[in-house]
Design a protein around this ligand. Sequence first.
Ligand code: FAD
Length: 404
Amino acid sequence: MAINLEDPKKFRALVGQAHQVAMNMLRPISRKYDLAEHEYPKELDMLAAMIDGLSESGASEGAGAAGVRRDENGDDKTVKNGANLASVMSIAEMCWGDVGLLLSMPRQGLGNSAIASVADDEQLKRFDGVWAGMAITEPEFGSDSAQIKTTAVKDGDHYVLNGEKIFVTSGDRADHIVVWATLDKELGRAAIKSFVVAKGTPGMTVERLEHKLGIRASDTATIRFENCRVPAENLLGSPEIDTKQGFAGAMATFDNTRPLVASMAVGCARASLDLTRDLLQQAGVEIDYDRPAHTQSAAAARFLQMEADWEAAYLLTLQAAWMADNRKPNSLEASMAKAKAGRVGSDITLGCVELCGHVGYSETELLEKWARDSKILDIFEGTQQIQQLIVARRVLGLSSAELK
Ligand SMILES: Cc1cc2nc3c(=O)[nH]c(=O)nc-3n(C[C@H](O)[C@H](O)[C@H](O)COP(=O)(O)OP(=O)(O)OC[C@H]3O[C@@H](n4cnc5c(N)ncnc54)[C@H](O)[C@@H]3O)c2cc1C
């Protein structure tokens, strides 16, 4: 099959709109909410209403976190540019504006992606329009989510949750949280299920917010669950503990969300490259994309090398999302995209600070902020090292027990 590296025509309007929003609505308030950590960016309410309107009118195909459902009813033979691809492209544009603000967008949380990925039709309808954060991490583990200690015990037509979750993005502002908990610690990964918990449910308390290096517009919360009763029908996916299937159900969410996080890194790095190119040109540095880098100035050569890294990350991200749209298994590609984009996102944004010297380091420009913001994209939804581990396992055909 021939590979067409052009952006799909049908997404041009969506991508153009996202770029306009990023430039005219996010950039102007970017520094304000970086400085005013934990203050809710109220300007986002209007923007979120606009995105809701676009989705309802069908004018945008999956322009956000909830657009990552795999359509099971398509025709197998047709190649599709669908909601996953639309989401990564529009999210990259929004993150060209501001990653922290994108992460603060009402009704576009990573919990929404989890619901979109694994909810059944009835749940999809019931949770339509909610704003959901995602709570996996606990004080005693981060990367190794098989270590989950939060318990869910069936009691009549409810599950009772007990445990503590930390670093929950939008944990304070979202109206629902998708909580990962175990039905039976003895049964390991297969017993881990996710539960949609509405804010205000007795027994659920937001304890505190974190102060952070970057994405300071986004709230990051610690949430405690004490005998928190959740309706049984809020368990996402099957309530059965299938030891053969293991973790696969829960992990399927990541195949859809990792390309989204990769696209955030791509968007933030693009912002740094665009501004750096302008600043270098103003300083008299000529960058010629058509000549070999080694024949140009050191600054131009370094810039072109970063452009090449960016392009590789961008293409891997598109590939992983496109595979999801076409119902192809994409765990390997999703991890490759996240590993590459997470790493080069940090390298590029910091490299741009370096190339622009004191201008890069100063708060007069946003370059220093983007270098801080991009680091998280190499950490959450699976760190750099964990993505490489997953890639290695897949390439070598080894299980998680065989390669740790
Ligand atoms: C701002 C922010 C927002 C977040 N939002 C959320 C959220 O919304 N929901 C949520 O559930 N979590 C969230 N997290 C948590 C995030 O997912 C974890 O921080 C991440 O999974 C890493 O876990 P950890 O911090 O415990 O590090 P650890 O797992 O302790 O890892 C520490 C270091 O060791 C490395 N490492 C670990 N295991 C291995 C291995 N087997 N091989 C090689 N290296 C290894 C890691 O890559 C890392 O560099 C957020 C974190 C931050 C900082």
